[in-house]
Design a protein around this ligand. Structure first.
Ligand code: SF4
Length: 366
């Protein structure tokens, strides 16, 4: 067992309870219990993280896979994840790692974050800490691997990275000193105080805006909508480069009204924010819906542009050219993509070579 790592952002309550203040669930956790994410636990009146020193996934990805299309296009992002997640989306593509802590560890977790079939901590704790899958790491090891891979950035991704905040923050701090950028790929499920601190070491985020209905957020993902909207606004307000992704699911969020509401919200945060409308494929618990028709994605694209967004991308459909970047002023093709691959980039000094308009983003020049 590695050294126990105390969590950040919690309050000590009475009778041995603690309240985690990292995300809007604000779990009230009893001695021996874990939060909804499954990887933060209370012991002796303190909150600890189970995932400070274990990553379950490490890959070198194109930045376009995050997706971030206006942040060092064509670069590599050293991508890491730990098990656990504060959401339980029925269509999660990474459910085997995101939901692992909830389904594989001992102890049933209540909606309020308390373990229902709790045993004395001494009986499960060591077992539980050793059960966490993944490779042992330190921030130094991750940053060293990212530099060796030739990556421009480190992406905290695949599961909700907020739940491994301590590892992400310490790694990002070190990475920044070494000249690397830091990226969150997130659902936006984070409280304001940790986000403000995180923003001091973060450069960009791709944030999901999954629906524009409170009921859908609650029923399908197990969270509330308003804190997500607040977080998107705050991420951008803190000066980070932000792109937004909506997985368009037939019969769930593909009505004109809902797509328009999402696009108008994103535009109200910033017309420069790229909006990725991505194709859904049946997976995990959502097997009763078809693949999103291309026409639906194109309709979403039209709705986004009509709402005033400068850059809308129809994603997950390689070869249909919905992922190219065009000048928002003269319409010239600037970045030609095939899937996650940048085939050519005509942007020079951050500007369109044809009309000279400035192209929104960071490190955009080819
Ligand atoms: S879900 Fe996890 S991160 Fe969120 S409040 Fe609960 S314990 Fe904290």
């Amino acid at each position: 067992m590695n050294e126990r790592h105390e969590a950040r952002f919690y309050e000590v309550l009475q009778d041995g309870f603690v309240r985690c203040t990292l995300c809007p669930h604000r779990c009230r956790i009893a001695e021996g219990g874990r939060g909804v994410c499954g990887v933060r636990y209370c012991l002796g009146g303190k909150l600890y993280t189970l995932v400070y020193d274990k990553v379950v996934s490490q890959n070198i990805d194109p930045i376009e896979k995050k997706p971030l299309f206006h942040f060092y296009p064509g670069s590599r992002a050293y991508s890491i994840a730990a098990v656990g997640c504060s959401l339980h989306c029925a269509f999660c593509q990474n459910w085997e790692i995101s939901q692992w802590a909830k389904t594989q560890l001992p102890g049933r977790i209540s909606p309020h974050g308390e373990i229902e079939d709790r045993e004395p901590a001494s009986q499960w704790l060591e077992k539980l800490e050793e059960a966490i899958p993944g490779e042992s790491v330190t921030p130094q090891v991750i940053v060293g691997a990212a530099l060796a891979s030739g990556s421009t950035s480190i992406a905290y991704t695949y599961t909700e990275p907020t739940i491994f905040y301590e590892l992400a923050y310490d790694t990002a701090l070190l990475a920044r000193k070494q000249g690397l950028k830091n990226i969150f790929v997130t659902s936006g499920q984070i409280d304001a105080a940790p986000l403000r601190e995180l923003a001091t070491v973060l450069d960009a985020a791709n944030i999901d805006l999954k629906y524009f209905k409170e009921q859908s957020y609650q029923r399908i993902s197990g969270v509330h909508m308003q804190p997500i909207l607040d977080a998107i606004r705050l991420y951008r307000g803190l000066g980070l480069w932000v792109e937004v992704t909506t997985l368009v699911i037939p019969g769930v969020n593909d009505s004109d009204e809902e797509l328009k509401a999402i696009a108008e919200f994103v535009c109200s945060v910033g017309a420069e924010i790229p909006w990725h409308v991505s194709q859904f494929h049946p997976t995990y618990k959502m097997l009763d819906r078809p693949i999103t028709p291309l026409e639906t994605l194109q309709r979403a694209g039209r709705i986004g542009r009509a709402a005033g967004l400068r850059y809308v991308y129809e994603g997950n459909v390689p070869g249909v050219k919905g992922e190219d970047t065009f000048c928002c002023h003269c319409g010239a093709l600037l970045i030609d993509r095939y899937g996650f691959h940048v085939q050519s980039n005509r942007i020079r000094n951050g500007c369109c070579p044809d009309c000279g308009a400035s192209i929104d983003g960071v490190g955009m020049s080819g």
